[in-house]
Design a protein around this ligand. Sequence first.
Ligand SMILES: Cc1ncc(COP(=O)(O)O)c(C=O)c1O
Length: 462
Amino acid sequence: MSSTPIDNAAIEARVKALLPAERQLYAERRPKARAMAERKGKGLFDNVPMHWMLDWPMPFPMVIEQASGVHLTDIDGNAVVDLCLGDTGAMFGHGPEPILEVLRNAGHRGLTTMLPSADAEIVGELLAARFGLPHWQIGATASDANRFAIRVARAVTGRRKILVFDGCYHGAVDDTLVDLVNGRTFSRASLLGQVVDLGETTIAIPFNDEEALRNALVSGEVACVLAEPVMTNCGMILPAPGFHDTLRRLTREHGTLLLIDETHTISTGLGGYTMLHGLEPDLMVMGKPIGGGVPVSVWGMSAEVAEGLDRARRARDSHGHSGIGTTLSGSALQLACLRASLEKVMTSGTYATMAARTDIIEAGLIKAIGAQGLPWHVTRVGARLEVVFSSEPVRNAAEAREAASSVIEEGLHLSLLNRGFLLTPFHNMILVSPALAEAQAQALVAAYGEILARFCQAGEAA
Ligand SMILES: Cc1ncc(COP(=O)(O)O)c(C=O)c1O
């Protein structure tokens, strides 16, 4: 145990000095990936299929040869244990066997017809039983599902505005890409090609702020509050005791619908945070791992919202585009994967394994942080863990931003990667798949402990 308390500024200084060697090691082990990154061809923009793959805290992206269970192998032959899991898309492990089985057979039955397949009825029943809401629709991504659910909320309530919490991320959904700056809501400064002032129809308030919520809803203009039950895209911010009760009570009082986005908090356990904590949303969205890694999302509605949607559809003058749905949504392939996922992958046994492994990692990280006397803590929602660089839990995005350090994040990320563990980029999230073995959980804890000790060794970095 260090005798004098260490602060984040001192750790940042040490990490800065350690980073060049970690970057060099990463690069030395990946000559093929480096050559690919340096080739400027005519095809993919910057040789990646999606531009943000360049934003990871790696000198250049590792290029994946194979992903299976919890293992990634890159084209240079490096093997790593995956704790990012495609930022939740592969939360149940890469290629769960029931999904592979569907994929082996699905093509022969037809991939997409723009008509329901025989799985539709059973999938609807499974979703209703698992997540509590009676009516469901299928999308391709969680971004899509959020967009459609917002449109439904506006159609049903006849209101223009929506409310989100500062620091949120609900996908590439224009209405939600806002920041709270000096008490006002603005389009997020980083957006590309943004021409509409999103602050005109979206209100952002701090998470856990009951007074701000009350003040925002009182005008009666807000169609829905869109919220993750635990904020997971700005570090990890837990709801204060009673906050969800207040959120539900105030939204009901003001005729505002409650739209819960469980895309990440589906890590909580069977039925998501909603079922485990008795939330009562009017609308609910999930994507990413729900189809076992195949592009599927779902959005559910209460009976009242579904009736309102019916009324709104009937009241239209024309039968043209509704703005809800995409051509490949609700396809036979998606329904088959959803069914296999709900019946055979997302089971109580799976969640029990995830929880047991996460227990090991949580206890180990707390011990490792304590051993160095670091002013940090660990937050958790089921199989999702976040190391936060503050001694006290953060209550909102402003506090989360204050606690964040991109330097320490990069240091942790690269040091762990060089020891065979892949973290989620842009924060310190560890996601635990059921494929992670107990020994791997223990090895991660040991590696984390060694890295923290290195970060805290006075003089080493000089
Ligand atoms: C809470 C939440 N909702 C929705 C999304 C959007 O998911 P997708 O990019 O798969 O559309 C994300 C993506 O990170 C998310 O974190």
